[in-house]
Design a protein around this ligand. Structure first.
Ligand SMILES: Cc1ncc(COP(=O)(O)O)c(C=O)c1O
Length: 391
């Protein structure tokens, strides 16, 4: 009686459902290992924690962080330095950058800022489950753009019907990609800018895994000539610095979109705790080596999972980005069916591909964000529990 109609469209958030399943099993005494959620268990860099503690002691930071509505200028300047150093992208911190409470919040405010009720919004399928609810919340409709293995999980923009492209107001996508691990190429980014320009589509390039890349070029959407004319890039300190709980990120690029996001945000939230922004500056300015250390950790875990999958009969093209592995399911299984099978035999939780969209059927996602010993235990159980598989 009190629930708004818009909520009826929105399925339960995937990871809440999985968390409930895990908690129920744990309550029944089962030692569950979750390889489903992408939430690093490793610690935030110590110097970032120190920066937070120091800033938290200063009472000047205890007030609303609204003096500088777009986030502290010092934080936005650190973002500009980070993009200049790591991507050779030049940004004006005063007009082209805004602080976010994480990239998920940015996805939501992008919709509020850019999309009108009744608009079509392109999203990749499979895709990050956060996009569609943001689109529904503003009364618009998502239009799924398929991503397929034969196109290395990049959308084929030429396949999008011209009448759909003409009606579309915006396009949400992310590379390195959650869930497939695929990475973008410079030529794809150029095509994306041309497509957005041709059809007047605002791009929301969500890039929280930009730093998690193996044997491939790190790319920002803003590297593509003309990108700033058509969209923004969201990024986040969550994944590169193990800061998922801290809730800090940034949107950068097109000044009109940044201004619109600011207008929406200033009427909704009051920004990021200043002490967290000071800690964010520390991470952005001084933790490049930490990113490399974590890449080595994920690289080692990847090799362990891949070695087991290979041993059990899997053959597939290994994705180059993110701390996920997107793995085809053996013959005879749906993605949910295979997850149930692995859960039953090994008490290991995987994320079912179908939860990411119809084109995710036939895959499961492994996350590498668990401790090494738990990962090894999960793999040992899978080795004995599921045995050889066929395709
Ligand atoms: C593609 C994608 N976008 C956004 C987010 C949310 O990131 P943040 O912690 O910055 O809100 C995630 C988290 O898993 C993600 O995978």
């Amino acid at each position: 009686m009190f629930t708004a109609e818009r909520l009826t469209k929105i399925p339960p958030y995937l990871f809440m459902t999985l968390r409930n399943k895990i908690n129920t099993a744990k309550a029944a005494g089962i030692d569950v290992i979750s390889l489903a959620i992408g939430d690093p268990v490793d610690a935030t860099p110590a110097c970032v924690v120190e920066a937070l503690v120091e800033a938290a002691r200063d009472k000047a930071n205890h007030r609303y962080p609204t003096d500088e509505e777009w986030g502290m200028l010092a934080f936005r300047e650190a973002v500009a330095r980070w993009y200049a150093r790591r991507y050779e992208v030049k940004l004006d911190p005063k007009s082209e950058i805004i602080a976010l409470i994480g990239s998920k919040e940015g996805c939501h405010h992008f919709a509020l800022a850019v999309v009108n009720p009744g608009d079509l919004v392109l999203v990749t399928d499979p895709g990050y489950p956060g996009y569609k609810p943001s689109i529904w919340f503003v009364g618009a409709e998502p239009w799924p753009v398929p991503m397929r293995a034969e196109n290395r999980f990049l959308p084929n923009l030429a396949e999008i019907p011209a009448d759909v492209a003409r009606q579309a107001k915006a396009f949400y996508l992310n590379y390195p990609n959650n869930p497939t691990g695929a990475v973008a190429t410079p030529s794809f980014l150029n095509e994306l800018v041309a497509f957005a320009r041709d059809y007047d589509i605002a791009i929301c390039y969500d890039n929280p895994y930009s730093e998690v890349v193996f044997d491939a070029e790190r790319l920002s959407f803003l590297n593509a000539p003309g990108a700033k004319e058509v969209g923004v890039e969201l990024n986040s300190l969550s994944k590169p610095y193990n800061m998922t709980g801290w809730r800090i990120g940034m949107a950068s690029g097109n000044p009109e979109i940044i201004r619109a996001i600011a207008a929406s945000k200033s009427n909704t939230d009051s920004g990021v705790f200043n002490a967290v922004q000071y800690a964010g500056i520390e991470a952005l300015d001084r933790c490049d080596a930490f990113i490399d250390e974590m890449l080595a950790v994920y690289g080692r875990r990847r090799e362990k999972v891949l070695a087991l999958l290979h041993e059990l009969g899997w053959r597939f093209e290994v994705p180059k980005g993110t701390f996920y592995l997107w793995v085809p399911v053996p013959s005879g299984y749906t993605s949910a069916g295979f997850c149930d099978f692995v859960f039953e035999k090994a008490a290991v939780v995987l994320a079912p591909g179908a939860a990411y969209g119809v084109n995710g059927e036939g895959y499961v996602r492994f996350s590498l964000t668990v401790e090494d010993d738990r990962l090894e235990e999960a793999l040992a159980r899978m080795r004995t529990g599921i045995g050889q598989v066929t395709f």
